[in-house]
Write a protein that binds this ligand. Structure first.
Ligand code: NAP
Ligand code: HSE
Length: 437
């Protein structure tokens, strides 16, 4: 099926037009956490203005939503009819819930307008029907933002892993539960207080029951199952357990087993037609990628028959992260408007003044005054020592010790080390940057 989004002939081809196609006209439904961030990215990213133009913002009682930074040309409306009458190229649905969002998405697709949505509830409940409708009408329905917020896991499955046969998708898909469980695991807070904090920080749904009881993660898992296995998985068919019964004492016992507790969502294909899907709290090794996943972060591990497991992680919620996924979907729809970004990569200007903390390991023939010699050279270059470490038990003629320094320019550090008067004691020092990420 050819999407109805207007196509441009490739440069140099017989039909190549001299004038580039106009930008896709985007109508945004919903100016809440996510919608506002979408509008802000579209207004700030002048580099993509030739491909995407926000024309309408729709919201109930819209006057209170109007943003001073938005372009004057944007029409702010609370009349959905005005949006459809304007015949945009793409409708972004950032309203949430099933109704009236489903009605408006269906209506857009019926008119041949492509839709980008962040609505996991809608895709989990009606995705297969809406995708069929989009195909019949020659337009597209994209929903990267519906799962794992800003983590591009749907693109990863559909594009990056298209060469594999997916066997299993497992992950942490609900930021609220991960935030709650990782805070309980650090021993500092009760479940009730952690949920209250998750609401305050904007991670939780309006009714956090759907987070805590696994319904939100089950909906996201249903969407991922459709993308990975091309089978409809109904949210109600996911075996779902709440995190509510998990108590502080469970973390103490888990720790004795080298484990911690996370809400894990997993779906695997038992054969081409049979899926097994579950969501609920589980013990995972503390040192595993799931065990180390802290706060509201999401992580998805996808196992393919040929390529093994690849993992994707990042912010699973939040306006900006989720809006990035929406804007990326919009850019994918606008791909026929030419390549994203400039056609050339001009040579980069280089800045080699690398700055940071460093670890310097010396191996010396020991004698008095070595440390004074080194620290004097560092001081001349205004480099502050952070720590000096020396393990016992090494021979005096090849004695290793370490100096760490506070943030400085690498060039200054190299100059300082070259100045160390070391003819009678030094063997080349090893300099390593100390990274925190
Ligand atoms: P939100 O802050 O509540 O924004 C929804 C917006 O839609 C609000 O401005 C709301 O207006 C408006 N709205 C709701 N019902 C309407 C109606 N019937 N007519 C007109 N306007 C209506 O929600 P959100 O957090 O942006 O979430 C939007 C979607 O993104 C949801 O599907 C959500 O699941 C998904 N999502 C959100 C996140 C996240 O971190 N927030 C992450 C991933 C996916 P009022 O101000 O009057 O309520
Ligand atoms: N309530 C959801 C979560 C927001 O905690 O993951 C993102 O969908």
């Amino acid at each position: 099926v050819t999407p109805r989004v207007e196509h441009v002939a490739a440069p140099g081809s017989p039909g190549a037009a001299a004038t580039p196609a106009p930008p896709l006209r985007v109508a945004l439904l919903g100016f809440g956490t996510v919608g506002r961030s979408v509008a802000r990215i579209l207004s700030e990213r002048t580099d993509i203005a030739s491909r995407l133009r926000l024309t309408h913002v729709f919201n109930r009682d819209v006057a209170r939503k109007r943003a001073s930074w938005a372009a004057d040309s944007i029409v702010w409306t609370e009349r959905i009819e005005e949006v459809f009458a304007s015949r945009p190229d793409v409708v972004v649905e950032a309203i949430g819930g099933l109704e009236p969002a489903e009605d408006w998405v269906r209506r857009a697709l019926q008119q041949g307008l492509s839709v980008v949505t962040a609505n996991k509830q809608l895709i989990a409940a009606a995705g297969p029907r809406l995708l069929r409708l989009a195909a019949d009408e020659g337009c597209e329905l994209r929903f990267e933002a519906a799962v794992a917020g800003g983590v591009p896991v749907i693109q990863a499955i559909q594009q990056g892993l298209a060469g594999d046969v997916i066997a299993r998708v497992a992950g942490i898909l609900n930021g609220t539960c991960n935030y709650v469980l990782s805070r309980m695991g650090s021993g500092s807070v009760s479940m009730e207080d952690a949920v209250t904090d998750a609401i305050r920080l904007g991670y939780a749904e309006a009714d956090p029951t759907s987070d805590v009881d696994g319904v939100d993660a089950a909906a996201k898992l249903a969407v991922l199952a459709g993308v990975a296995f091309h089978r409809e998985l109904r949210t109600a068919d996911v075996a779902t357990a709440s995190i509510r019964p998990v108590d502080a004492v469970d973390f103490r016992y888990a720790r004795r087993l080298g484990r911690t507790i996370r809400q894990i969502a997993a779906v695997e294909a038992l054969d081409a037609a049979t899926l097994h899907a579950r969501v609920g709290p589980a013990l995972v090794p503390e040192a595993s990628r799931f065990g180390r996943n802290e706060g509201a972060n999401n992580i998805v591990a996808i196992t393919g028959r040929y390529g093994g497991t690849t993992a994707y992680s990042g912010a699973g919620a939040g306006g900006d992260a989720t809006a990035v996924a929406i804007v990326s979907d919009l850019l994918a729809l606008s791909a026929s408007r030419g390549p994203c970004g400039p056609a050339e990569w001009p040579a980069a200007a280089m800045d080699d003044a690398h700055e940071g903390r460093f670890y310097i390991r010396f191996v010396v023939r020991d004698r008095p005054g070595i440390l004074a010699n080194i620290t004097a050279a560092l001081a001349r270059w205004r480099i502050n020592v952070d720590a000096v470490l020396q393990e016992p038990g090494f021979p005096k003629d090849r004695l290793p010790f370490v100096v760490t320094v506070e943030p400085c320019r690498e060039l200054d550090l190299r100059n300082a080390l070259n100045e160390v008067d070391s003819t009678d004691f030094r063997i080349e020092p090893l300099v390593l940057p100390i990274l925190f990420e």
